[in-house]
Design a protein around this ligand. Sequence first.
Ligand SMILES: O=C(O)[C@@H](COP(=O)(O)O)O[C@H]1O[C@H](CO)[C@@H](O)[C@H](O)[C@H]1O
Length: 294
Amino acid sequence: MNALTLPDTASAPRLLFTDLDGSLLDPCRDDWRAARPWLARLKQLDVPVIPVTCRTRSEILPLRQALGLTHTPFIAESGALVGLPPAWRHARLERPGPDGLVVRALGVDISFIRQRLRVWRERLGARFTTMSEMPLDELMAFTGLGESDARLARMREGSEPLLWHGDDRSLAAFREGLAGDGLCLVRGGRFWHVTGTSHKGSAVSWLIERFAALRGQRPLTLALGDGPNDVPMLEAVDHAVVIPGSHGLEVVPQQQRLYRSKANGPAGWAEGVSHWWGRAESVRPAAMVAAGAS
Ligand SMILES: O=C(O)[C@@H](COP(=O)(O)O)O[C@H]1O[C@H](CO)[C@@H](O)[C@H](O)[C@H]1O
């Protein structure tokens, strides 16, 4: 739940957390033209724009290059993974891998999720198709992804998207079974996602704590999303924006400082950032010194 009192809005450093599909990105394709002026402004002001998505690490890496967000963290697979650039690391504790990246797993391993899915399919006769079981051409047709992007989407590490074919009652039994394993079932724009107990909200809170620990100052935070799985993220921040989705699902966060944009996709994203941070001259830089604290 968001704090009742805000950090000093005039002097606090700021962090922006954003869902991708249907929020910063157009719901049908990777297009963010309407958000570009704000992205450029936030970059100029050193305000980190942090993607928070169901997409995989493999999907995000090229996208954050294209978005110009290589110096900011990212949250992948519904909160299962957090990617940390140098300034966000504890220098002595977190050594980067060969690709220069530190990726912390906050959730559970994909092999455990897949093993439990096999068990529940057998025990309950649960009727679902996981993304990894979908033939590539079907996945491409269903999502609109090209072949190479569809392959990147299947490189799961800590969450499994699936299509549910059963009724609501069997879905409830399936959810209950997963909960007994310490797993969650959350609704994305197109898929259901099976994850560990880490979700978009807990991963956002983890990053806010990390920022405060390294900087010694609590940031002022804004999050934007369009789906039910964004709710915990929208509740974990100081200001939130719900962007209307094309999925028709309810998105009702317990958040006092909530704005619902009229436009959808990146235009709604820009509208939401303007609503809360429109007086851009008041936005304080949140730049972190490289190499982090030890
Ligand atoms: O469930 C979904 O609709 C999407 C997007 O979810 P979010 O907007 O990040 O909550 O996530 C899945 O499907 C995408 C393709 O449409 C894949 O790129 C993602 O890897 C997958 O998690």
